[in-house]
Design a protein. Structure first.
Length: 503
């Protein structure tokens, strides 16, 4: 394991003893959540890996960024310490030198002979060993004109988490793209469909009974979740498993691997079982993790296959994912595009609450059991105000105890859980990034205390599964991807074999 001390010097913010040469602009303080991401144990960077169907022209990218991303105040501002206000940090606009943000490495052809895919993977792995320079706005873009198995070139956006939550940052990135079939149109993101109201449900006393019961469930679930949150803060830890991070994992570099599967396969299962894509993604994750952990616990034993009878998993494994939920009203892609194009205002920032999502780690002979259990878990979490209350608790801790104590509390919650999981909805159409057709989008992050982060990202008819792993804990992430892909296949095949769909 590499030393964790070498990264500390870059974490110190810029001091402002003398005035810096920067453009005159309105100065704003950093939000408490943004300041939290400057603590050494929360120095999180968001990564967005973009596959391009054509070679990338760096000059075109630079010319387009000037008229789009640089118009966003967060991407053209420094984060500096205000000594007149007890060391609080603030945003101060500055002139951006794109040559210091756009990185186009010279690639030695000898390094590509063995495996271009491995070269790109190692490049991003090495990138995770570094942090962004605080003497300039906290983002950069790496352009790799390397032909891989699934793209002609690869772009890697790296953005400090203090600039915004992951969902907002990916939305901003998509606002910089346009539909390839209609170059003047931004991408469209599918929305949630509301369940139609049955007219018979609105008659008699039933609506009042249903509302009362719904309120009671919401109240009870919230109380239970908040108590679980407080217990996790103080003493409640997840079971020690081969994928649980060790102390100091947040300082270790990350290996990013990803696999693209058919979104139509997830939709087939969703429609057959009357669920959501998120239900299916979570079910597939539970199935894949169960198979992977069964193999890890079986190491040194004779392989008898992964069935309920050949179960090597300890009983009653507690394994939870920490979800960071953005509580700020969602800013649509159109609003972000207008902000950059017409200088309009758009809501922005980190307003984040915690949700603790339990995973059932067991072996099931019926693959569909994983999906049913996932749906029950998600439906239960939808009937809770956990995220709002955990955000409020974090804000109170910041106000009364300061950033150090709040950081310690948040860090303790995350280290007492096992992993992070997210599922982001992407464009329905094929899109281009400044004229470069996109093959896939794979977002993730590094700097978090978890040894494992799993992201699902949809794009047209594809779903990309992205893993961010600490290799000292998970040395074989490609095997975990195999388990996730195979789990989806088994679940889809079970649906088809039972005649639950028309495919």
């Amino acid at each position: 394991m590499e030393s964790i001390r070498w990264r500390k010097p870059s974490l110190k913010p810029i001091q402002t003893k003398t005035k810096l040469a920067m453009e005159e602009a309105k100065e704003e303080p950093l939000s408490p959540s943004a300041r939290l991401f400057h603590e050494p144990n929360f120095n999180v960077h968001v990564i967005a890996i973009m596959g391009s169907k054509s070679r990338i022209n760096p000059q075109v990218i630079k010319e387009k960024l000037v008229h789009t991303l640089l118009k966003h105040p967060r991407f053209s501002s420094l984060q500096v310490v205000d000594e007149e206000k007890n060391g609080e940090m603030k945003w101060v606009r500055t002139k951006v030198d794109l040559d210091k943000h756009i990185v186009v490495p010279q690639v030695d052809e000898k390094n590509l002979q063995e495996s271009p895919d491995k070269f790109v993977e190692n490049y991003i792995h090495n990138l995770s060993k570094t942090t962004l320079d605080k003497s300039k706005p906290l983002w950069d873009l790496h352009l790799l004109n390397v032909k891989t198995s699934d793209a002609e070139a690869v772009g890697v956006f790296r953005i400090h988490h203090s600039l915004g939550d992951g969902t907002s940052l990916i939305s901003l990135l998509l606002a910089c793209t346009r539909q390839t079939a209609h170059p003047d149109k931004i991408p469209t993101i599918p929305g949630n469909k509301k369940r139609p109201i049955n007219s018979s449900d609105s008659k008699g006393l039933w609506p009042y009974v249903a509302k009362a019961w719904s309120f009671m469930r919401l109240f009870w679930n919230t109380i239970v979740d908040v108590l679980m949150f407080m217990a996790t803060t103080m003493f409640l830890k997840d079971t020690s498993t081969p994928i649980k991070g060790k102390p100091g994992s947040e300082f270790n570099p990350r290996r990013f691997v990803y696999r693209t599967v058919s979104l139509d396969d997830l939709k087939l299962v969703k429609n057959a079982l009357n669920m959501t894509i998120n239900d299916v993604a979570l079910g597939v994750t539970q199935a894949g993790l169960s198979v992977y952990l069964n193999r890890r616990f079986r190491e040194g034993k004779k392989d008898k296959g992964a069935t309920e009878k050949n179960n090597n998993l300890p009983k009653n494994i507690r394994l939870r994912s920490t979800l960071l939920v953005n509580l700020r009203p969602s800013t649509g892609i159109q609003a972000l595009a207008d902000m950059m194009d017409k200088d309009t205002e758009a809501k922005w920032g980190n307003w984040i609450g915690f949700v603790l999502l339990p995973f059932k780690i067991v072996l099931r002979d019926d693959p569909l059991d994983y999906i049913r259990e996932a749906k029950a878990t998600i439906d239960r979490k939808k009937n809770s105000l956990e995220a709002i209350y955990t955000f409020s608790i974090s804000e109170l801790a910041l106000r009364f105890f300061g950033i150090k104590t709040s950081s310690s509390i948040s860090h303790r919650i995350i280290t007492n859980t096992t992993m992070c999981f997210s599922n982001l909805v992407g464009p329905q159409e094929e899109i281009g990034f400044y004229g470069h057709p996109m093959a896939y989008l794979a977002p993730s992050s590094y700097g978090q205390p978890h040894a494992l982060m799993i992201n699902f990202q949809s794009y047209t008819n594809k779903m990309t599964i992205v893993l961010s792993v600490d290799e000292s804990v998970i040395p074989d992430p490609h095997k975990l991807l195999d388990d996730l892909e195979q789990s989806l296949k088994l679940i889809k095949d079970a649906v088809v074999e039972r005649g639950l769909c028309y495919k």
